[in-house]
Write a protein that binds this ligand. Structure first.
Ligand code: FAD
Ligand code: SF4
Length: 338
């Protein structure tokens, strides 16, 4: 039994003050990831700072037509919020594709962003893992790596970020609002999560003494033409092998604006503006989608057990874009494109 202290933060300033005073402390929100990691002896916080009573549970409209989502809004409340369901159904679909109803009731928006990888070796303290213990080695390279990354990997780590919600937030160009000892700041979603490089122990660019306070969505929600397609081993309660968030703004059959993000393939939600540029102004037809998919996966590299993901991702992108263009987000496309 490893002892730890438990305190409850009274407001955001108090939470920041407490985390800044104790580098070995951790915030706890829903606890659905952190408690597991403590049970596996992967996380050993000296103190848990309970943030669940902070006033960060609302979804509010912003002056420019977007929405500001408090960091403590639960995944369930967010997915079923009327403004999300009506204006950002891509986000609702992604959230509902994740975990189980019970977990989504506990899981918070901030915690979902900061959940850690599901790499088996990260959870197994009997094996080397650079993310858990920097410099110890990576057991997944040369080990069992079926779930692992095919894009943006490094020689230090090939883990993936497991979130579904974050893939939609990346496609929607969200902004993460945080607060720290120096005050509040905003981080563009693309710059929030990190690639592993030589520092796989760092998942995000959030400083250790900062708290996530909100996630902001811009006005454009792509409610008419979107798809979140999640490919996994079981139809529910499983993490993505590959997932695709596709969002299009259509003018008749021409793509005016496109967003594309992949999950399950990299250390962060994978988005490449040059692949989206290839879709803009083009007719919504199979060859357009195939070209964009090939471009998006051009640098993909497989390992012993996960090379299948490259073709899987390519096909998933084509299918997601086809469904989004047709305005049929939930339907399974039977049309064989390649
Ligand atoms: C069996 C199982 C299946 C799952 N399946 C899926 C799935 O398919 N798809 C998916 O996307 N997710 C899945 N999840 C993950 C789940 O969504 C996350 O565990 C959850 O979102 C984490 O939120 P939480 O509030 O419980 O975080 P916690 O466990 O409380 O915290 C997680 C981390 O975030 C930090 N943190 C929390 N809030 C803040 C904040 N506001 N500011 C700074 N740091 C903060 C904590 O310190 C901790 O390090 C699954 C989880 C389980 C256990
Ligand atoms: S892939 Fe990353 S998390 Fe998994 S064992 Fe290697 S270093 Fe650890």
């Amino acid at each position: 039994m490893i002892n730890f202290q438990y305190v409850r933060a009274t407001d955001v300033a108090d939470a920041v003050h407490r985390i800044a005073a104790d580098p070995a402390a951790k915030f706890i929100a829903g606890g659905s990831n952190l408690i597991d990691l403590m049970k596996y002896d992967v996380e050993r916080p000296s103190r848990l700072i309970d943030i669940t009573r902070l006033p960060l549970k609302s979804v509010e409209e912003t002056a420019d037509g977007g929405l500001r989502i408090g960091a403590l809004v639960s995944n369930s409340d967010l997915a079923y919020h009327p403004l999300i369901a009506a204006r950002y159904p891509l986000l609702a679909s992604a959230i509902l594709a994740g975990a189980s109803a019970q977990l989504r009731n506990m899981a918070s928006t901030g915690g979902n962003l900061l959940q850690r990888t599901r790499c088996y070796y990260f959870y197994d303290t009997g094996t080397p893992c650079n993310k858990r213990e920097p410099g110890s080695g990576c057991s997944a390279i040369g080990g069992i790596n079926r779930m692992h990354a095919i894009l943006g990997t490094s020689e230090a780590c090939i883990a993936t970020h497991p979130s579904d919600m974050c893939v939609a937030l990346a496609a929607l160009d969200a902004t993460v609002h945080v607060a720290g000892p120096a005050g509040p700041r905003a981080i563009a979603f693309a710059g929030f999560h990190r690639l592993p490089g030589n520092t796989p122990e760092r998942d995000t660019n959030l400083a250790p003494n900062e708290i996530v306070t909100a996630v902001e969505l811009p006005a454009q929600g792509f409610a008419a033409h979107y798809t979140y397609l999640k490919i996994r081993d079981r139809l529910s309660y499983a993490f993505a092998l590959v997932s695709v968030a596709a969002a299009l703004d259509m003018r008749e059959n021409t793509i005016a604006e496109a967003r594309l993000a992949l999950g399950g393939v990299a250390h962060k939600p994978w988005r490449d503006p040059s692949a989206e540029a290839m879709l803009r102004g083009q007719p919504a037809e199979p060859m357009t989608f195939v070209r964009a998919a090939d471009h998006l996966l051009r640098d993909a590299k497989g390992f012993e057990h996960n090379a299948f993901k490259i073709d899987l991702a390519r096909r998933a992108v084509v299918r997601a874009l086809s469904q989004a263009a047709a305005g049929t987000p939930q339907s399974q496309s039977n049309k064989k494109i390649r």
